[in-house]
Write a protein that binds this ligand. Sequence first.
Ligand SMILES: Nc1ncnc2c1ncn2[C@@H]1O[C@H](COP(=O)(O)OP(=O)(O)O)[C@@H](O)[C@H]1O
Ligand SMILES: [Mg+2]
Length: 512
Amino acid sequence: MSIVNLKDIVKTYPNVTALDHVSMKIEKGEIHALLGENGAGKSTLMKVLYGMTRPDSGEIEINGTLVEIQNPMQAINIGIGMVHQHFMLAEAMNVVENIIVGSEPKKNGRVDYYQAKQEIEKMIQKFGFSVSPDALVEDLTVGEKQQVEILKTLYRSAEILILDEPTAVLSPQEVERFFEVLKRMKSDGKSCIIITHKLYEVFQIADRITVMRDGVVTGQVEPENMIKTSVNQLANYMVGKTTAITNHAQERKVYGDICFEVEELSCKNENKVILDDISLCIRKGEILGIAGVEGNGQSELVKALTGLLKPNSMILKLDGKTVKGTTKDFIKQGIGHIPEDRLKYAVAENMSIAENLVLGYQDSEEYCKKGIMKLKKIKSMSAGRIEKYRIKAPDFKTLINQLSGGNQQKVVVARVFEETSKVLICSQLTRGVDISTSEFFYSLLRAFGESGGATLLVSSDLEEIFTLSDTIAVMYKGKIAGLRKKEDFTREEVGILMTGGRLDTGKEDHCG
Ligand SMILES: Nc1ncnc2c1ncn2[C@@H]1O[C@H](COP(=O)(O)OP(=O)(O)O)[C@@H](O)[C@H]1O
Ligand SMILES: [Mg+2]
């Protein structure tokens, strides 16, 4: 008997059938991946199970018993917990307070905080979390906030855990830790459903897979078929076989002149070839996405293009003119950089937000006159940007290391977007930031393109690459394994190139 049996669920919204007779079974003690592209209906289905959305028709059985789940309170009472994409924590409260709120243990009519804390410490130990019970939530990383959300469901004795796109906000290292936690929950007998659109990670963690597209279940992979199933097959379930054809019909965007060009970029490290004769170019208004599994030369490419690394050979041109020198010279010529490692390269930890907002530009005429900083100007600029970029901080004098990771990234993004005129090079832009901030960054990036800027976007998140890029290049072992307009690539094809495979058709689209 399945622990959850969703039968024939239908849910329509005014303009769309979000769920069209969907059935899905979850077995006790398994990790079940619910896979699908954006808009497939994954969140809606899980909200039905969690009582947040009432279906038009269909039935839910829990342990073989028909149940009506009308609201999340009822769901929690029958042992279902859900962690949403947008976290719902009180920033000013600590971890324990956030976990127990609404379910406080009482002793003589008072909240028994000590007992709650002990219980939570035990759970942290048992499942391998790393968050500290006394920390303020506003000081936590996105990954730690997620741990608090999971702990909250465990504290309420959840036996069935639903996690909506849990890895979207995590760095690869955090994903590893999260998977460890998942495995421990599983060996504790809990049933976990993880929603994801990341094809590759499902093989790493899932016992069973359900794939959805456009409100229907398009594929299911049983445990015994896991090994036989390929990434290609899953991609087909996700996007459908017709996608490649319909995509070609899409209108092509018209770009401006070539803006940024690199040729003959090669780089060796102790005789190991890191970058092997790379040539790329970006037109004005174009977003060139670099897809690839991390560690295939992307970091070095970015460093070479921003003056942080001196390659063995490289011809670099901006608007037809050669670019040379140090990072400072690159910045002066209009090349902005949002690095993957912001603490190392993009923020000065012991300085204020205001100082960080002019970092690298402090000698410019805008902020400095005859060696004296224009403080008034910097102050008003900072106040304006804190507002515009939704930086959560008391004021511009706040030290940058007092901000959360997401807010530090907003400071970097604010500086680079405001000061960069021509070329933007960004790497893992949304790593460690929450979903709504990611959406905000995406809109900034698109606006930069619309104003004629050229963007190089490096990301290990294939979804991000497909969402934003006009053109996609895939890096594998220091080489460009393939480059096409986005509409000429399917996710499946990019996936093949990312893992060292080859494509038969030669649609390679070189710049020129
Ligand atoms: N509250 C809502 N009102 C109207 N349409 C909605 C609502 N929630 C979801 N939808 C629509 O239902 C479809 C499925 O959405 P969703 O379940 O969020 O997909 P997924 O989680 O797979 O990305 C989408 O077309 C979405 O626009
Ligand atoms: Mg969703």
